[in-house]
Design a protein around this ligand. Structure first.
Ligand code: SF4
Length: 453
């Protein structure tokens, strides 16, 4: 059960010294109960109180790290049931399976395919982050050999899928330094798996036959000192699993039920038709899975999933922004046109391909509108003559071209008089829609460019 602010307050020194950055112990206790600060901010909590208060300061869903360095994936540590309540912080990690009973060449080829599953979405690179090596052979040597081939082919983080502790032990001799996720401890093997996870400081997956068994297992494994757990309630049927995972999330967040306060891993069922796999996986990306393991590695199977993940894990209150600066598209010269747009990613990545497609090398001045599109920014007074003039100066646009002609979006036509007065640049009103940019640059700018050349 979570402690209330008052429970926490009773354990604090009550000196109101303010060293935690909060003026009183009571206010600190309230902030701690609301997960808005951490216990380590108070240097005067006794060791005894620290142990008691740990449950109030620990996240309701454990943050778990798999892999190291740039390949590191963090999952869990979510605080809300629904995205509109706040936001979701750690996107579902996508993994693709490789069975260990394929030939060496097939394993290598599949690992190379998975390594290339990278997509460009609105200026962001999104990808598959993990390879799940499955011990179908049930032979430690074969499993370890598959792990070796994959580790030599790609730096992607690994999930070691086997219920045989001997296979996991053999694989860890190859890849323990990559801190793979061991999947999984179950009722039969949990002692041996816990020892391996402890010895190699690797995260551990836990598989139960139902929620009760799962909670029982995680309690035992946590008591043995392993906190980095990823859980699987064992159900495969879509409805039953969705129900289980929703229960896990509710119990973790609303009841602070520690034994189920871990991120979840989901595998697509055996023998699922290839075209059904993305549908199944998308349900669990939307609803609470920390790692989604797929069988298919063909781009059409993965692209919808990275797109759904991007949508679910993008904070709607924070528009995706690109860097505000002057962008060069094509081989620009000092006679190239200068266009203005905003730093809302969707706006820029609508404008950029049209400018590129026009084959007219251009400068695009991206004004910082706090991620708003043209009309929204104009209405909110985030895109006015002063802000555009400031951007022109800041990016030293005049040093790049031998003319003073600025093409503004058609929706800003009302601003042209004021902008001309503020900047001293001649304002040309461009098209309203990005799709008309190529013909504008070729025809309208084409005539002007002869004069500036
Ligand atoms: S640092 Fe500790 S003792 Fe001081 S005000 Fe904060 S909670 Fe109270």
């Amino acid at each position: 059960m979570a402690l209330t602010g008052l429970d926490i307050y009773k354990k604090l020194p009550k000196t109101n010294c303010g060293e935690c950055g909060i003026p009183t112990c009571l206010a600190f206790a309230m902030a701690l109960a609301g997960k808005k600060t951490s216990l380590d901010k108070c240097p005067y909590v006794s060791d005894e109180a620290k142990v008691l208060l740990e449950s109030a300061s620990a996240p309701p869903i454990q943050l778990v790290t798999i892999g190291t360095g740039e390949q590191r994936l963090e999952i869990g540590n979510e605080t809300v049931m629904y995205r509109h309540e706040q936001t979701f912080y750690h996107p579902t990690g996508l993994a693709v399976e490789i069975p260990d009973n394929l030939s060496a060449d097939e394993i290598k080829k599949k690992a190379q395919e998975i390594d290339k599953l990278i997509f460009d979405r609105v200026g962001q690179k999104v990808r598959v982050e993990l390879i799940a090596v499955r011990d179908l052979s049930n032979k430690p040597e074969t499993f370890a050999n598959a792990v070796k081939i994959i580790s030599e082919t790609t730096p992607l983080a690994l999930v070691l899928v086997s219920f045989n502790p001997a296979s996991i032990e053999a694989a860890l001799k190859i890849c323990a330094d990559k801190k793979p996720l061991i999947y999984a401890a179950n009722q039969e093997n949990h002692q041996a798996m816990t020892e391996l996870a402890k010895k190699h400081t690797c995260p551990l997956g836990v598989l139960g036959k139902n929620l009760d068994e799962l909670a029982d297992l995680t309690a035992k494994i946590s008591a043995a000192g392993i906190k980095n757990l990823v859980i699987d309630p064992g159900t495969a049927d879509l409805n039953a699993r969705l129900n289980d995972i929703t229960q896990i999330r509710k119990l973790a967040l609303r009841k602070t039920f520690r034994p189920l306060g871990f991120p979840v891993i989901t595998f697509t069922p055996e023998n699922m038709p290839a075209e059904e796999e993305p549908i199944y996986a998308s349900v669990f990306i939307a609803k609470y899975t920390g790692i989604m393991v797929l069988k298919g590695s063909v781009p059409w199977q993965v692209l919808p999933l990275v797109t759904i993940r991007l949508n679910v894990y993008t904070d709607p209150q924070k528009p995706i922004q690109i860097e505000s600066k002057i962008y060069e598209i094509g081989n620009v010269t000092n006679t190239s046109p200068v266009l203005v747009t905003t730093n809302f990613s969707l706006t820029y990545f609508t404008v950029e391909p049209e400018v590129e497609g026009s084959k007219v090398p251009s400068y695009v001045v991206v004004v910082n509108t706090e991620g708003m599109s043209v009309l929204t920014a104009y209405a909110a007074d985030k895109l006015n003559e002063k802000i555009i003039a400031k951007a022109l100066n800041e990016f030293k646009v005049q040093d790049k071209v031998n003319h003073k002609k600025l093409i503004i979006p058609g929706y800003l036509s009302a601003l042209s008089g004021k902008l001309e007065a503020e900047t001293g640049w001649e304002i040309m009103v461009g098209p309203r829609e990005a799709s008309a940019i190529p013909s504008y640059l070729k025809n309208i700018w084409g005539k002007v460019s002869q004069a500036v050349a």
